[in-house]
Write a protein that binds this ligand. Structure first.
Ligand SMILES: C[S@@+](CC[C@H](N)C(=O)[O-])C[C@H]1O[C@@H](n2cnc3c(N)ncnc32)[C@H](O)[C@@H]1O
Length: 208
């Protein structure tokens, strides 16, 4: 697993913070939603999601990152074994996490398990147009330096070493977990990030 020990700086002092704000807007949780952000790092996304009047929690495997604690409700847990009962959340989010995992299909099944029927799963992952070359071009055009440049290039390096899913590949992964892909859009510069929303089908009413 790559080293994410600089993620407090990445979330609070680079353009990544704006990307997380855009992603929170994309997630658009209705007020009073109960939300879990998986792989939250220091917790900027749970903090942003709580601004809509929702109750948001975050979990991450890395206790050191959680110690920075930008949001109040953070806990240590692994993405594939979440300490929550089935159907506990209206919205589950994961930003820049699924693409890193060795078994993304198992992670999606676990995240679908804790979603209530009719609930949403929103993901941010690198798109297939993110590469070291394309990130280097944008970093130069935008005169990025310091942590902003390093975090963009580090993201591109991780993307090249892990998965970058197209819309149809994302739809297939969701379907394997019993989720329906409702929306998938490209964001960040020329489209480096794919924001995707899946829905867990509402419970069927059984005729009596
Ligand atoms: C690239 S960082 C993204 C952090 C944050 N979501 C963001 O977008 O700013 C990936 C995060 O996933 C966490 N992570 C990696 N594998 C994990 C796992 N199996 N379970 C929980 N968290 C994990 C890392 O500790 C790290 O905080």
């Amino acid at each position: 697993m790559p080293d994410f020990s600089n993620f407090l700086e990445v979330q609070t002092r680079t353009p990544w913070g704006r990307t997380l704000a855009d992603f929170a807007d994309f997630c658009a949780p209705p007020p009073d939603s109960v939300i879990l952000d998986v792989g939250c790092g220091p917790g900027l996304l749970p903090l942003l999601l709580a601004q809509s009047g929702s109750r948001s929690l975050g979990v991450d495997l890395d206790f050191g990152l959680l110690a920075a604690r930008l949001a109040p409700n953070l806990a240590q847990a692994g993405a594939l074994r979440l300490p929550f009962p089935a159907e506990a959340f209206d919205l589950v989010t994961a930003s820049n996490v699924l693409f890193l995992l060795d078994d993304p299909a198992a992670a999606l099944r676990e995240w679908a398990r804790i979603l209530r029927p009719g609930g949403s799963l929103c993901l941010l992952n690198p798109s297939d147009c993110l590469s070291l070359a394309s990130a280097g071009t944008i970093a130069q055009e935008r005169k990025l330096d310091g942590a902003s440049r390093e975090s963009l290039l580090g993201w591109a390096r991780n993307a090249e070493e892990h998965a970058r899913w197209t819309e149809s590949e994302t739809g297939a992964l969701f379907a394997e977990a019993g989720l329906i892909l409702a929306e998938s859009v490209l964001r960040v510069g020329p489209g480096f990030a794919r924001f995707s929303r899946g829905r867990k089908p509402a419970a069927q009413a059984h005729p009596t």
